[in-house]
Every structure is written in C-alpha cells, then in structure tokens.
Design a protein around this ligand. Structure first.
Ligand SMILES: O=C(O)Cc1cc(O)ccc1O
Ligand SMILES: [Fe+2]
Length: 313
C-alpha cells in the first residue's frame, strides 16, 4: 500500500493474521502485528499495511453500530480471560513531506471510493484519547474452564465481545481455543454435538483443532450457520469414546483456533461459494458416526427423575 491508505467508514475491523506479519501504520502510530496477535482497526481510522514477510493471509471480521469490549467477568471476578493491560496501543508517529499522488480508499455503505491528496494522512504528531487502534497477543489470554465435570459453553473463552442491546446476545463474540489442560471427568471433552441460534465461523491460526482430526488446517475456515448441527468428526469421536471414563488430565498443545460467533446470520458471498478452496466433501467428516450408548450403569430412569434436581428441564 505505497502512498495509499484505507479507511472503513462503515464499521470496525478485527484482523486475525494467520501467516505473515502486518506492519500497520495508522493515524495514531504504528503497530507490528504477528500471527498469534489480533488487531482492531476502529471505524474511521486511516491505515495502511506493509507485509514484511511477503504474501500474508488471515481473517477479518467487520462489525457495525457498536465496538468491541471485554466481556463481563461475572463470577470470575476481578481477573481472568483477557486483561486490559495486555491491549497495546500505538505511540504517536508521523511522516512529513510532499506526496503528490497519495490515495485514500474509503469504504462507505459497502462501496469503495477513492480520493487523491498531496500529503500523507499519517501526520499526527501527538494524540490523546481512548478511541484508538489496538492489538492483543492471544498467548496472554488466561483461560477458565471446568475443573471437575461438564463442558463449558465456548463463550467462557471470549476475548472480545461486540454486544447488542439484548443482554447476553452478542453481535460478535471473538472466542479462542488456546492451549490448555483438559481435566473434566465423566465428560465428553471435545466440543459436544450441538446446534444453536448463533452462527459460528471458525478459523485455525496454528496447530490442530480438538474437534477435527483431519481436514481442518491452519488458514482454513468452517461456517456452521444458525441451527446447523455440528460437532467432532468421526475419528475424534471414536478416539474419545475409546478412552472411556478413565482419561486423566491431558494438555492440549500446539493449537490456536478461534470463532467469530454472531447472532446475525452471515450470507456467504458468490466469491466464497465459487472458490476452488471450498470443501464440498466437508459433511463426510461425520460419516460412520455410530451410537455407543448403553443403558448399563445408568440409573433406573424413574429413580433418577425422583431423586434428581427438581427443575423443569
Ligand atoms: O463448534 C465448535 O467447534 C465450537 C464449539 C466448541 C465447544 O467446545 C463448544 C461449543 C462450540 O460451538
Ligand atoms: Fe459449535
């Protein structure tokens, strides 16, 4: 982007680089962002990106009408998940001089407009305020989860959330699945089979993903849209079942997956649908799933109902 800056008048970008560093110049200064870090470029900032490692790739989410914030920690209390101190903002940096053909590309109402000017927009010598681009290193995230049984909702791993007016309903949650210990007893530890009202776009920054033994590679993406059932592939399911109830503590390493989870239903654009990178056989990862249910060892259903917790589920 030589002598060129981009500006999004519509919303905020959350950029998740997967391959290659990004050297981002903004009106507030410069940020070096590596895979494993994420960066937020809020609505209205002019920025340009240099690629010191050559071609680069990653993921971008765009949100409209609100901004990212840290999730409420609820009973976790004062500390945990992403800490405010780990969000880094640029120090002021400026360049001077005549740039006869500087181009500003502005995204407005989903369309791109260009304008020419004869100076760099990165001419801000000092700034003060709290509306600013920032980056975050995902390895700083302090994950919380069960220490005895059951599988927590993935929202427990929310790094940043863009709320809606409805409490608890996110326009976009940015959730990560970082290296961590799995310790739950008598619990199916991989992501359970489910469908839900949120739409889940998942990406993989490096390593593997606990629910997909095959086929989900770094740089790839999956989309499980509102109420579409999904869960681990057959290989992961069988390997988990084969461990039985006696699996001890296990550390998940070499992994960094993430999810953009939204209450809105994204449309898949023709560019993506027609892409040669699309995997038309994805559904085959669930072929051969079979039930391992056995009534042995379960309580008599009537006794279980009478002695169980009195709720209406
Ligand atoms: O679908 C997925 O792989 C993401 C996910 C992970 C998990 O542990 C529980 C629910 C969920 O949607
Ligand atoms: Fe899911």
């Amino acid at each position: 982007m030589e002598d060129c800056a981009f500006c999004n008048a519509d919303g905020d970008f959350l950029v998740v680089p997967q391959k290659g560093r990004l050297w981002i110049t903004t009106e507030c200064g410069r940020l070096q962002v590596s895979p494993g870090e994420v960066v937020v470029l809020p609505q209205g900032f002019r920025f340009s990106v240099d690629l010191p490692d050559g071609p680069s790739r990653g993921y971008v989410a765009e949100i409209f009408g609100t901004h990212f914030q840290l999730p409420d920690l609820g009973p976790i209390g004062a500390n945990g998940l992403a800490a405010p101190r780990d969000f880094l903002v640029p120090g002021a940096w400026f360049e001077e001089g005549h740039c006869p053909e500087y181009t500003i590309i502005q995204k407005f109402g989903g369309e791109l407009f260009t304008a020419k000017q004869d100076f760099s927009p990165f001419n801000v010598v000092a700034w003060h305020g709290n509306y600013v681009p920032y980056k975050y290193d995902l390895s700083k995230f302090c994950p919380y989860n069960t220490v005895l049984f059951d599988h927590s909702d993935p929202s427990i791993n929310t790094v940043l959330t863009a709320p809606t007016e409805k409490p608890g309903v996110a326009l976009l949650d940015f959730v990560i699945f970082p290296p961590r210990w799995l310790v739950a007893e008598h619990t199916f530890r991989p992501p359970y089979y489910h469908r839900n009202c949120m739409s889940e776009f998942m990406g993989l920054i490096h390593g593997g993903y606990e629910a997909k033994a095959d086929g989900f590679l770094p740089g790839g993406a999956s989309l499980h849209i509102c109420m579409t059932p999904h869960g681990p592939d057959t290989k992961t399911y069988e390997a988990t079942i084969a461990q039985g109830n006696e699996a001890g503590p296990h550390k998940l390493t070499d992994t960094m997956a993430f999810m953009f989870e939204s209450c809105l239903i994204p449309r898949v654009c023709p560019w993506a649908l027609d892409s040669p990178a699309i995997d038309p056989d994805y559904y085959k990862c669930w072929i051969g799933l079979k039930s391992h249910f056995s009534p042995e060892g379960t309580k008599d259903p009537i006794e279980a109902r009478e002695n169980g917790p009195k709720d209406s589920r």
